[in-house]
Design a binder for this molecule. Structure first.
Ligand code: GLU
Length: 340
C-alpha cells in the first residue's frame, strides 16, 4: 500500500476493533508500571519533589492520530528536551554555517554537564549537552531578556500548539544551584563562544529547561519533527523543514546523554532525554513518541522510558537500519482497526 489514504480507504468502520498499536502501548504501560528501578533527579532541589510513580506513553502520528496511556496530562518541566528545539531556533536565526562555528556536532561520551570544550576549536561538542545548549540559547535574538524569552516561548508554542508557561520554582531552583552551567558559560565567554551578556543567556537557558509540558505535549513536539516541522494537530509550521535533518542527526548521535551510542545501536531512532524523566523519539514521516517516568538510571535517562522505546523499536522494526519488518508494515498496523 502506497500511503495512509489508501490504507484508510480499505477500512470498513463496522469491522473496526481497537488498534493493535494502542493495545500494545497499554500492555507496555502495564508491564513496566511496577518497575521501580532508578532514582528521581535531586541535584535541582525542586525536581526531587516529583511523584516517582508517574508514568505515561503518548504517540502521535503525522496525520494527527493520538495513542496515549497513563498520566499523559500531568505537567513537568521539559529540561534538556528543550535543547532540540532551541538548536532549531538558532539554526533558523543564524544559518547552519554560523551555528557550526559556535557549537559542534560531535558526541562526547561524557555526562551532560561536563565542563569540556573541543580542544582544537574551543567549541562545545554538540548542542545536546549543557555547554552546547548554553551556546545555542545565547544565539536567540531579541532586544532584551523579555523579548528573547517571548520569542523562545512563541517557538515552543508553535511546536506544542497552545500557550506555554515556565515553572518559576524550578527556574529559581536551577538558577540558584546550577553552578556548573555558570562555570561553563564563563569558560565559553573566555574563548569568545558566547557574548558578554552571560547572565541573560544563562537565565534564558534555565527558563527553557523550566518550560512546563505534559507527555502529550512532548509527543506533539516529536510528531512535529516527524512531520517535517509542521505541527500535525494545528497545521502550523514550527521550524523550517530544511533544518529537520540537522536536528534529527544531532538527536540521533547525541540525544541520550552518554548512552547515545548504545541507544543508536538498540533503538536506532533520533531521540532526546531530559533529567525530569521525559524522552522524545522521532520516526521520520510517521510518528512522534514521548514517554514520561521520572525514575532515572545512572546516566540520567528514564528507566521505564528506555525500556518502552527499546520494545517499540524491536517490535515494530523501527530501527533506522532495520531491514526486517520495516516502516510500511508499521504504518499499516497503525491504520488497521484504529477507532476514530
Ligand atoms: N537544567 C538542567 C541542567 O542544566 C538540564 C538537565 C537535563 O535535563 O539534562 O542541569
Amino acid at each position: 500500500m502506497a500511503n495512509g489514504d489508501n490504507l484508510e480507504a480499505e477500512i470498513n468502520p463496522s469491522e473496526v476493533v481497537a488498534s493493535p498499536f494502542e493495545s500494545f502501548l497499554n500492555d507496555l504501560h502495564l508491564k513496566y508500571k511496577s518497575l521501580g528501578d532508578g532514582k528521581v533527579a535531586t541535584y535541582i532541589p525542586e525536581l526531587a519533589k516529583v511523584n516517582p510513580d508517574l508514568f505515561s506513553i503518548c504517540a502521535i502520528a503525522v496525520d494527527g492520530r493520538v495513542f496515549e496511556v497513563g498520566d499523559y496530562d500531568r505537567l513537568f518541566t521539559i529540561q534538556s528536551i528543550s535543547k532540540v528545539f532551541v538548536y532549531g531556533m538558532a539554526l533558523e536565526e543564524h544559518g547552519r554555517d554560523y551555528v557550526l562555528t559556535k557549537v559542534g556536532v560531535e558526541p562526547t561520551g561524557e555526562a551532560f554537564n561536563s565542563i569540556i570544550l573541543d580542544e582544537r576549536s574551543k567549541r562545545p561538542y554538540n548542542p545536546m549537552v549543557n555547554a552546547g545548549a548554553n551556546a545555542t540559547t545565547s544565539l536567540i535574538k531579541g532586544a532584551g531578556p523579555t523579548e528573547r524569552l517571548n520569542r523562545m516561548l512563541d517557538m515552543f508554542r508553535r511546536y506544542i500548539g497552545h500557550d506555554v508557561f515556565i515553572d518559576i520554582s524550578v527556574f529559581m531552583s536551577e538558577r540558584t544551584t546550577g553552578h556548573r552551567n555558570w562555570a561553563m558559560a564563563h569558560l565559553m565567554l573566555n574563548f569568545g563562544m558566547i557574548d558578554e551578556k552571560i547572565d541573560e543567556a544563562i537565565d534564558l537557558y534555565f527558563q527553557q529547561c523550566s518550560l512546563m509540558v505534559n507527555c502529550h505535549d512532548l509527543a506533539v513536539m516529536a510528531s512535529t519533527l516527524a512531520n517535517n516541522g509542521v505541527n500535525p494537530i494545528t497545521g502550523e509550521r514550527a521550524v523550517d523543514s530544511s533544518y529537520i535533518k540537522d536536528i534529527l542527526s544531532v538527536m540521533y548521535t547525541c540525544g541520550m546523554y552518554n548512552f547515545a551510542g548504545e541507544w543508536a545501536y538498540t533503538v536506532g531512532l533520533p531521540a532526546k532525554s531530559g533529567i525530569s524523566g521525559g524522552i522524545i523519539v522521532v520516526v521520520p514521516n510517521q510518528i512522534g513518541i514521548a514517554v514520561f517516568s521520572p525514575l532515572l538510571d545512572d546516566r540520567g535517562n528514564s528507566v521505564r522510558g528506555v525500556k518502552v522505546c527499546e520494545e517499540l523499536s524491536r517490535n515494530f522494526g523501527l530501527h533506522t537500519f532495520d531491514s526486517g519488518m520495516g516502516s510500511s508494515k508499521f504504518m499499516e498496523m497503525l491504520y488497521r482497526g484504529h477507532i476514530q
